[in-house]
Write a protein that binds this ligand. Structure first.
Ligand SMILES: [Zn+2]
Length: 279
């Protein structure tokens, strides 16, 4: 069995036996991997706090030659997600990034640039960044890295110019904006304002070296709605964290009165820990 090392983000931890866990990690060098962490549930675990969700750690694991799980032999904590205990909005946005990494990537398909993006975005979310732009920036950049970037400058079907109108059609199936002719007969169309489209283009084009561009309060709700519909369409289902993220990410805009609370911002099933849509 070969021994491998990498930096990794903890995506999921599932109890496996009385003493062990199966851990899903997004590693910088090997992409998403599933490893068996023997002894992780013991009081004196050899991995200590390195296997908490959202933690970034340095791992060593042994590759199994057969179909079995790889075996985690070391995990040293590099960075803990500190907001977990004090800010639910940040925690939910962090969970959402994990959910996207789990759902949009394939096992054993490395994307070091996506790892760096996630690492940077999680650190920003944890350290007080405005949530709406950082989450939207992560979504656009992740989609671009994985080959799902929406087309927003011209018609995604025919490449023709977009009409000069107040509202433009975005086709989820086409994966971008549509001209008048191509939108005929298309289903799953979202109408997007010219103002929001202008902002979304900036997010779609921003390079990874630069942080997120500005996101005016007036287009926060609309941007979030469009991105969430598009991602749900790509995945074939609605991510579990979407309603929580919508609440957390546009809270600033709600506070300033720039955005009406959409029907979907009421979070489901969190007991006392439910995020409130009214700050
Ligand atoms: Zn067209």
């Amino acid at each position: 069995m070969a021994s491998e090392k990498s930096l990794a983000i903890v995506l999921r931890v599932v109890e496996f036996s009385e003493t062990s866990c199966v851990v899903t990690l997004f590693s910088r060098d090997f992409g998403k991997i599933g490893v068996l962490a023997k002894g992780a549930r013991r009081p004196k675990s050899p991995f200590e706090a390195a296997l908490d969700l959202l933690a970034v750690c340095r791992i060593v694991f042994l590759r199994k030659s057969s179909d079995g799980l790889d075996l985690l032999t070391e995990a040293k904590l590099e960075r803990r997600f500190r907001s977990a205990s004090r800010d639910l909005g940040r925690l939910y946005c962090g969970y959402y990034l994990l959910e996207l990494l789990r759902e949009l990537t394939h096992q054993g398909d490395p994307h070091p640039d996506l790892f760096d993006l996630a690492d940077h975005s999680l650190a920003a979310i944890d350290h007080g960044a405005d949530l709406a732009p950082i989450v939207l920036w992560f979504e656009f950049a992740a989609l671009r890295i994985l080959g799902h970037a929406p087309r927003l400058d011209d018609c995604a079907e025919c490449g023709g110019a977009l009409p000069d109108l107040e509202r433009i059609a975005f086709g989820q199936v086409a994966g971008g904006t549509l001209c008048q002719r191509c939108r005929e007969g298309q289903r799953q169309i979202i109408s997007v304002s010219r103002e929001a489209l202008c902002v979304l283009r900036k997010f779609n084009e921003t390079s990874l070296e630069h942080g997120p561009p500005g996101l005016p309060d007036a287009v926060r709700g609309e941007s979030r709605g469009l991105m969430q519909h598009y991602i749900a369409h790509l995945l074939g289902h609605r991510p579990r964290m979407h309603s929580y993220v919508a609440t957390a990410a546009i809270r600033t805009a709600i506070r300033t009165g720039a955005v009406q609370v959409p029907g979907e911002t009421s979070a489901r099933g969190g007991g006392n820990s439910r995020p409130s849509s009214t700050p």
